[in-house]
Design a protein around this ligand. Structure first.
Ligand code: AMP
Ligand code: MG
Length: 289
């Protein structure tokens, strides 16, 4: 008998997808749905899938260099400490940085504020052949903005439909959108905040303001629920990723990204020159040496 192969029993594209009736209140942030292994099995699978992801990403990059117009957009949302940075480092880090266009979205600058909320997002869309990564996104405009009523409810209330229309346009232009919400529990967030204060190598991640935001936890969960209810569409579904176990969240996002690229059937572009002619030219150089 060979070594037991720990893998996905059910694909996270199905098990983690937010469908009608999904309820955050019933969601287990520490669960590992669909995965047959444990933490110790995840690194091997990360490596295996990472190699495939990296190969697919290179094909996409090559396609973008020829006539292709396709790209991928990974949208990462989550409460403070949910592990957004870890996804960038450990999942996005599996592929060639040349093919990645990363943007994090913080409090809008004066210039950004002078435009529509989708202006800065539009400007950050990946160009052909790239994997765009949004660490926070246009969803902040229906999350933090909704929780604090930074704009009138009538204004943020219209944004769900606007976001769906905008995402439909983006998908139609050749960008595959993979939306991942890292769901950390309130208890685990406290553990992680404590850890940040205990470790000098984590002080830089600690922001006193995160504690203020934590006191709005229930309002944030309502806002996430609304974003899921209204913006988990067929063309750009949300995935709710249990994030109390970092290894699982990273493995799951790796799989979602890999499967998205597999689905796109990216093939190596054909040569845009005559191969025989070029071979003869090189052979002539070789012979002349
Ligand atoms: P961090 O990701 O930890 O660097 O924090 C970025 C901060 O910017 C978070 O507190 C977000 O809630 C905040 N932020 C992001 N987008 C917006 C927005 N559109 N309006 C207000 N605050 C935002
Ligand atoms: Mg932060």
């Amino acid at each position: 008998m060979g070594k037991k192969n720990h893998e996905w029993r059910d694909s996270p594209t199905d098990t983690l997808r937010v469908n009608a009736g999904f309820s955050i209140a019933d969601f287990d942030c520490a669960s590992t749905p669909g995965f047959t292994g444990h933490k110790r099995h995840s690194s091997q699978l990360m490596e295996e899938r990472g190699r495939i992801l990296s190969d697919l990403q290179e094909r996409l990059f090559a396609e973008g260099r020829s006539e292709g117009n396709r790209s991928v957009l990974l949208v990462i949302q989550g409460m403070d400490t949910a592990g957004k940075g870890g996804i960038v480092r450990h999942v996005v880090g599996l592929v060639d940085p040349q093919g990645v266009q990363h943007h994090s979205f913080g409090v809008p600058t004066e210039e950004e504020k002078s435009h529509d909320y989708l202006w800065r997002i539009d400007n950050a869309l990946p160009t052909p052949g790239h994997i765009g990564v949004f660490d926070r996104s246009h969803y902040e405009d229906v999350l933090v903005v909704r929780v604090h009523n930074y704009v009138e409810p009538a204004v943020w209330g219209k944004r769900y439909d606007e976001i769906n229309a905008w995402e439909a346009k983006v998908v139609a232009s050749g960008t595959r959108i993979v939306k991942c919400a890292l769901m950390v529990s309130k208890e685990e967030q406290l553990n992680r905040l404590e850890e940040r204060l205990d470790r000098p190598d984590k002080y830089w991640k600690y922001n006193p303001h995160d504690l203020d935001e934590r006191s709005y936890w229930d309002a944030y969960m309502e806002a996430y629920q609304a974003a899921f209810d209204r913006c988990s569409t067929d063309i750009a579904p949300w995935h709710a990723i249990p994030a109390d176990r970092k290894w699982f969240a990273r493995l799951a996002v790796t799989e979602l990204l890999t499967q998205a690229l597999e689905d796109m059937n990216v093939t190596w572009p054909a040569a845009e020159f005559d191969i025989q002619t070029e071979k003869q030219r090189v052979a002539a150089l070789r012979a002349a040496k």
